[in-house]
Write a protein that binds this ligand. Sequence first.
Ligand code: ATP
Ligand code: MG
Length: 417
Amino acid sequence: MKYLDLFPKTIKQAPAGAESTNHRLLVRGGFIDQLMAGSWTLLPLGYKVVSKIVQIIREEMDATGAQEMLMPLLHPKEVWERSGRWNKTDVKEIMYQFEDIRGREVGLAITHEEIVMDLLGKHVSSYKDLPVKVYHFSTKFRNELRARSGILRGREFMMKDLYSAHVSEEELFKYYEEVKQAYLKIFQRIGLEVRVVEASGGIFTDKYTHEFQALVESGEDIIYYCQSCDFARNKEIFNGKEGDKCPQCRGVIKAANSIEVGNIFPLGTKYSKDMKVFYKDEKGQDKPIWFASYGIGPTRVMGALVEVFHDEKGIIWPESVAPYQVHLVGLDLSETQIRIKAEDIYNRLQTAGVEVLYDDRADVTAGEKFADADLLGVPYRVVVSKKTEDKLEVKKRNRAEVEFLSYDELLGKLKTT
Ligand code: ATP
Ligand code: MG
């Protein structure tokens, strides 16, 4: 991508009212744009990052045997009445419910348990049809009270939600553990350090659920975790304080701010019983379906990454989700020879399969170009200028030192990371 073609360009000033780092840097970099409180456009750069996050999630979901599909966002009231949730206060508080011009009552998707249960009712009859593991990436609408914190809390946001249906509690928890491990792998690949935290189930379940909390100083959640083992609890269910002894291993409990990036819910047979969706066992008897749901917010993950990986100059993307691998900065481009060389490097890198953003502006100072490169946070900055002669000046976004490399040396470096 040539910078001159990129839409939109970077912005020098932080937007008014931007309280959080992700809001400030993602808007300035042209990754996202705010339409209204809690409602964001993923601009081309932001969409690239989110797409990479999505692809990592997709690969790990598929590896558990789950199948991707796509469900509607406009839901009839009737299906939500079957679970009894349409009129529940905590649902009404966040669900956009309205009557259309023909008097039909509908709601915008806050989650999809009811829709999946409805599907199971139509397509599962016997134990032979189970398990079912299906997921989708799509928009959720939630009328959040506080739609601040940039893209971390939208009123409309992207979620990956997986649903699994099983013949028994044992089978459900076996798969539940598999998904928990898949989630850990996802966050490891994305480069985000998370803790698996026990939490209460909110509007979903009376049982404990597991949240995946990224340790972030600016996070709005608080978790208590052990420094020596994997014990971790959400502040809502931990009755203790920092410095206490860990109930599991007698280590020391620490409190930390965090951002919830994922949440998995063992829902048991509640939805099956409430919505009267059963399967027939070997003896032909009706049995309730064991059910669980598993969410991750790719747009929130992008925001959380910025909260963790930035400095005073801008974003520092982990390589696995960066919008480009190389930010090629051409300097002295008014000189034909240098322009030809820069274009040649750009073309060769692209042919080699490297994703490159090429700053091809001729009327901008080196300082401005470097400032934009730091703001956008692409892992490798590669400079072509009079000074670099037959070499390339290479700098990693998270390092201070620069190296002068040949094209082949650069390519070798990119291929090994
Ligand atoms: P929170 O406790 O932060 O309000 P939640 O527990 O209601 O979130 P879930 O219903 O578990 O969220 O949703 C699954 C995932 O979707 C969350 O882990 C998070 O990554 C993402 N998510 C939830 N709400 C939002 C939101 N308003 N904006 C962006 N992402 C969200
Ligand atoms: Mg939650």
